[in-house]
Write a protein that binds this ligand. Structure first.
Ligand code: G3P
Ligand code: CA
Length: 375
């Protein structure tokens, strides 16, 4: 090789090396995420791969895991007899056959049932009825999962171990749930600070320091989570409305004259800039590592809320040394929009699509992954 080329190559490699060293030492969200062991940008599988399988069931979580999602997202509740389990809604009507199994208790909150009672419910058939194009016979009869069972799933693929992204859902209904969660995570070895030995030479999310992320909309729960698990990364979830950021307009959906909730929410905005900043400052003061703001979706729908990921908002959050993980986005046009606005990770029901968008395609198709797991 001519000497000039050798010198050029050397110079190039030195420059590249310098660039990498600078990136690692630079302040900013990429370096912050790296220090915390949180992938950047992060793929957070919202209630599992819940576009492709019934939310919060084994089918959804195994699919998200095997597609290569960074985190399994879940909403934590506690049964009448004290078992931690995973379910989004306050009651069981939408996602189970509670109305036929317990007709007289169909409107009761899920936490009014023992775990044995919850386990009698079919948490899969509703999906087949609601989404016939994605229905599978094996979804019928899927069960509500305990936290232990979700942890088993997270640990169950030798090649990819996702982390756990756990929301304390309506925590005021569950006094002490933050402590119960700590005890469970400790028992299961998920609170150890040391990185465990990677199976394939590459440290997976579920084996490093960012293996658990805790999230909540409730200030009181954020404070309890900090008290119980001060070294575990915590996210303050944000939206505009009661219990969160004060809106500019106090007109309710019912009084707004809007027919579509997404249109109503898209017009909702923080009272002023200072109100938004107060919430970020609060998150920072409580030791959170970031926020989980809502987004207004291009196609609307029931997961479209106020746009809290405008560039100035993300910039302010980053300036405070915090990350931004936005919820809940399923379309490429919105992935692009929020990434351009500066977010650091996305909650999605479509983990396979987000992985594709990030050029980290899954090792197999959704159909294949579902079949591999017996669905
Ligand atoms: O955890 C935040 C994200 O999941 C959005 O909220 O209502 O789906 O739990 P939700
Ligand atoms: Ca959630």
């Amino acid at each position: 090789m001519p000497a000039t080329l050798t010198k050029s190559a050397l110079l190039l490699s030195l420059l590249l090396g310098l660039g990498q060293a600078q990136a690692a030492s630079e302040p900013g969200p990429v370096a912050l995420a790296s220090r915390l062991g949180i992938p950047h940008p992060a793929v957070i599988a919202h209630r599992g791969a819940s576009f492709d399988a019934p939310e919060s069931t084994a089918a959804a979580y195994k699919t998200a895991r095997d597609l290569g999602a960074d985190y399994l997202e879940m909403d934590l509740q506690r049964s009448k007899d004290g078992v931690l389990f995973v379910l989004h809604d306050n009651n069981l009507q939408r996602t189970t056959d509670v109305a036929s199994k317990f007709p007289e208790r169909k409107d009761s909150p899920a936490n009014a049932f023992t775990m044995a009672e919850l386990k009698t419910l079919d948490a899969g058939s509703w999906f087949n009825a609601a989404y016939p194009d994605r229905a599978r016979p094996a979804f019928a009869g899927l069960k509500i999962l305990t936290l232990d069972e979700v942890i088993d799933i997270a640990e169950g693929n030798a090649l990819h171990k996702p982390g756990l992204y756990i929301e304390t859902k309506e925590p005021k209904q569950f006094p002490g749930i933050e402590h119960d969660l700590k005890v469970k995570l400790q028992d299961r070895g998920w609170l150890s600070q040391a990185d465990s030995k990677p199976a394939n030479g590459e440290l997976a999310v579920g084996q490093g320091k960012g293996k658990v992320v805790l999230q909540t909309f409730e200030k009181s729960s954020l404070e309890l989570l900090q008290k119980e698990m001060p070294t575990v990364p915590r996210i303050l979830l944000l939206w505009v409305g009661e219990g969160s950021i004060e809106p500019k307009s106090r007109v309710t959906f019912a009084d707004s004259g809007e027919k579509d909730k997404a249109v109503y929410y898209a017009k909702q905005e923080p009272k002023d800039k200072a109100e938004f900043q107060r919430w970020i400052d609060y998150a920072k003061a409580q030791g959170a590592i970031g926020t989980g703001p809502s987004a207004a979706l291009t196609r609307g729908g029931d997961q479209s809320y106020s746009d809290l990921v405008q560039p100035w908002m993300n910039q302010y959050t980053h300036d405070q040394g915090l990350l931004v993980h936005v919820y809940t986005i399923d379309d490429a046009v919105d992935y692009q929009k929020v990434m351009d606005a500066g977010v650091d990770g996305i909650f999605t029901n479509c983990a396979s699509e987000l992985l594709k968008f990030y050029k980290r395609p899954a090792p197999a198709s959704v159909d294949q992954v579902l079949k591999n797991n017996g669905y």
